[in-house]
Design a protein around this ligand. Structure first.
Ligand code: HEC
Ligand code: HEC
Length: 241
């Protein structure tokens, strides 16, 4: 998808803002009492709510409605931690994070727009990918996960909001620059298996920098279990539905 048509699409969306905010108000979760009463929300909120959704709609083709991806190569981004969302989008945009597609897409957005979208997706409920998996492999994967991955990707690889909050708070105090860190923002449990495959390949083939300690665990896993070990881990993540 080239940049120009996307910008045009956004522009068309912006011109339909009036209609957009009506639609947004119509399915807003908490309708204020009777319609006759003046809207309780300040108008600014209304406009930014509508435009956040408009921005987010351009992502639905790949990341699904409200960020729950139905295409196995695109990750689910619903409930993504907002700080991480902005950071990774900026990194895609600035060419600092490897991507096949997102680099081009992210270039179309200002920091302000990224923050709007981050808030929008953060509020959307996460739903695990609806995918099949082999139960025996998944049981084996659960053990391998505990042994090799759980230390960082805790609770079976879920994003844990409390931990992410803590981490975000600790940031800025300057203790985040050691290698690794940030794993609590990364979703493994319920993520699409093909996406996880790509992510691991990006690490193993040096397109993406792997935290040193994760590399040693992963090397250890592959040495002991071969690629079958990875298949088992992916089955375990897929099994968390
Ligand atoms: C054409 C398909 C496509 C579209 C459209 C798209 N994405 Fe993506 N997105 C991907 C793929 C594929 C990845 C994995 C990185 C890569 O290879 O580009 C990704 C990765 C991401 C990630 C990183 C997730 C993580 O856990 O690290 C975020 C955040 C994201 N996209 C947000 C968006 C937003 C916001 C939009 C709309 C403005 C959007 N994407 C539009 C395909 C798409
Ligand atoms: C020492 C801590 C640590 C260990 C152990 C670890 N990881 Fe990670 N993992 C991380 C960090 C940090 C990131 C984020 C790296 C980045 O920002 O690119 C990550 C990212 C990932 C991602 C990418 C997710 C995405 O959405 O792009 C996958 C997949 C992953 N790890 C799988 C594993 C598996 C499987 C194991 C066990 C074999 C494992 N990790 C062990 C710290 C760890």
């Amino acid at each position: 998808m080239a940049n120009t048509p996307r910008k045009l699409a956004l522009l068309a969306g912006a011109m339909a803002l009036g209609a957009g905010s009506v639609a947004w108000a119509a399915d807003a979760p908490k309708p204020a009492a009777p319609a006759a009463a003046a809207p309780a929300a300040p108008p600014v909120e209304l406009i930014s709510g509508a435009s956040a959704r408009m921005l987010a709609e351009t992502c639905a083709g790949c990341h699904g409605t409200d960020g729950v991806s139905v295409g196995p190569a695109s990750p689910t981004i619903a409930a993504t931690y907002p700080e991480y969302f902005v950071e990774v989008m900026q990194a895609f945009r600035d060419g600092k994070a490897y991507s096949t597609i997102m680099g081009r897409i992210a270039k179309g957005y200002s920091d302000e727009e990224l923050k709007l979208m981050a808030g929008y997706f953060a509020d959307k409920p996460f739903k695990a990918a609806d995918q099949t998996f082999d139960e025996k492999l998944a049981a084996k994967g659960a053990k391998l996960h505990d042994k090799f991955c759980e230390k960082c990707h805790s609770d079976g690889g879920k994003v844990l909001k409390a931990e992410a909050d803590e981490k975000a708070k600790a940031k800025g105090k300057g203790d985040d620059d050691d290698e690794g860190g940030g794993e609590e923002y990364h979703l493994l449990a319920g993520q699409w298996t093909p996406y996880l495959h790509y992510a691991i390949s990006d690490f193993r083939e040096d397109r993406r920098e792997m935290p040193k300690k994760m590399k040693s665990k992963l090397d250890d896993l592959i040495a002991k279990e071969g690629d079958k070990g990875l298949e088992a881990l992916f089955a375990f993540y897929a099994s968390q539905q």
